[in-house]
Every structure is written in structure tokens, then in C-alpha cells.
Unconditional design. Sequence first.
Length: 332
Amino acid sequence: MVTYEKADGAYNERMQQSVFFVVFVIIGSIVGAGFISGAELVRFFPDRGFLPYLLLMSLVSFGMIAFFLFAGKRCNGFDGMQRKVFGKREKAVKTVFLLNSFVSSAVMFAGLRELSSMLFPGFPFLLPFGFAVTVCVCRGGERGIGKFNFVFVPVLILTMLILLFRKGDFSYPKPSGYNAFYSVLFAVLYSGMNVLPAIPLLTDMGSTARHGTLSAFLATLTVGALAGVALCAIRNAGDNVALAPMPLVVVLQSGVLFPILATVAVLTSLAADYYPVWQFFQKKKRATLSRLAVLACAVGISFFGLSNLVTYLYPITGFLGLIYTLICAFRL
């Protein structure tokens, strides 16, 4: 948990308790490289008839987020919840979170690599830039991430909607032949995948936030609506578009504007994803060096490519998120 300075502690505490502060932090944690590019949406939802599965994803995500905000209030943050649920096994479970945080951060850096090729061909400028921004934001802890998201997420949502409504075709593709079982499975996995990296941040925020259920509802409603609009635009643009590393970039064809928007989305999510690692090293020796070394390793893993990381690693994190949620629900 973050200790506030006395001079501005009361203001920051009121800010953290506000509904929209929590909403924007949640959205910023979910809307990262895979979401804003459309890469993970086309892999987790069917070509046609995806609306029921988006609704299912939103409902499951709402339940998980609301639960962890409540758990944070009940247990006074992430560390308190870990001790209460896992006892002596707390360190082993925390290791899983650190690995997931590392993987999620690598995916965000992979997204920055793709965006760099569009904005600065031949030079991955956004990798060192993302590295520096993540360090600066995480230095402020929970409060720093919250303020960063509170400023940039509303701009992100508004700009994304304007671009989509200017360029996209939003007629709903009629359902056709698809496997309903796998569609349900992947919708649920998508929820677990999105919520798992944000659990430490959610529970730490939950210890002070008010109206957690309302915040979770507004956040998941917004994310579900954005996903629906984006999927309609992608699916109506043709089958080949879905095969692109960043389908939404192809659909919108907005020059540098959408890559810049996507960069903002990646940075808000990257800070939240890396938060568990940053907090883990808070009281360790050589904390700064360790934090920078782990972040540098995530940059290295990002060279496996955004599509490969989303396809092969995200389903695993989805299973872990669901299992962790079920264990906490039964033991709290």
C-alpha cells in the first residue's frame, strides 16, 4: 500500500475513493496492446454472433473485479488477502503473480514494438520510451497509476469512439456456424486473462475505494461496449483484416493518430501490469536495479511478437485468473 504525504493525503484519499477514479484505473488496466489493436479480440471471440459472448465476458469480468475490490476492503489490500487466503503458501502464489506480471508486461512491450514500426520505421523508439514512462508512473505506486489513468483513459475512450464511428461499419454480423462451447470457454478465459494482472492493484485500491460494485459495473460496461464496436468494425472489414498483427489499425487507416492512441492505451496497461513486480521489490536490497532488470527482460521477451504472445500465453493466464478467483471466493 502507498503511504501518502500528510499535506496532500486527504485530497488523494478522497480522489481514490471516487467512483470514476476507480473506473478509469480498471479500464486502463484492461485496454492494453491486445485490446486496442484488436489482436486479442479476434482471437478470443467468433467471427460472427459474438455479442452473447461479449456479454458473458462482461458479466464474468464484472463479478471478478467487484469481488477483488470487496476483498481488498475486507483484507486491507493485496498482501492482507494473500495472507488470509493462502497462509504459508503466500510466497509461492505471489511468485505466480510475478511471472504473470512479467508476461503481461512483455506483451505490452510487444505492442509498443509494433507501434514503433508504424510511427518510427527502423527504430523501436517506443521501447525505451515505454520503459521510462513505466518506471516514472510506478514510482508513484497505486496513486501514480491512478492519476496517470485518470488523465489519459477518458481521452483514450473518446478518441477511440470518434475514430471508430468515422471509419467503421457497425452492422452486426449475423451468427453462422461456430462452436458454442469453445466460444463460451474463450469468453470466460478472456475475463480471467484481463483481471489476473490487475488483481494486486484492484485489491490495494479496494482497501480505500467506495462504491466498488458501481465502479466495476461502469468499467466492464464500457469495456464490453468498446469491444463490441471494435469487433463489428473489424469483422465487417473483411477476413484478411483479422489476420493483421493490429487489425484496428488497418480498419481505421488514421495515419499516425491511432498508433499514438494505441501507445497511450499500452502505457496505461503496462504500468498496471508491472505494478506487482514493482511492489514486490519495494523493501528488497538493490530494489531499483532488480526492478529495472526485470523490466528489461520483459522488453527482451517482447521480440517473440505480439501475435505469438497473445495466442500462446494469454489463454494460460486466463486459466490462472479463473482458478485464483475461485480459490479466493471459497476461502474468504
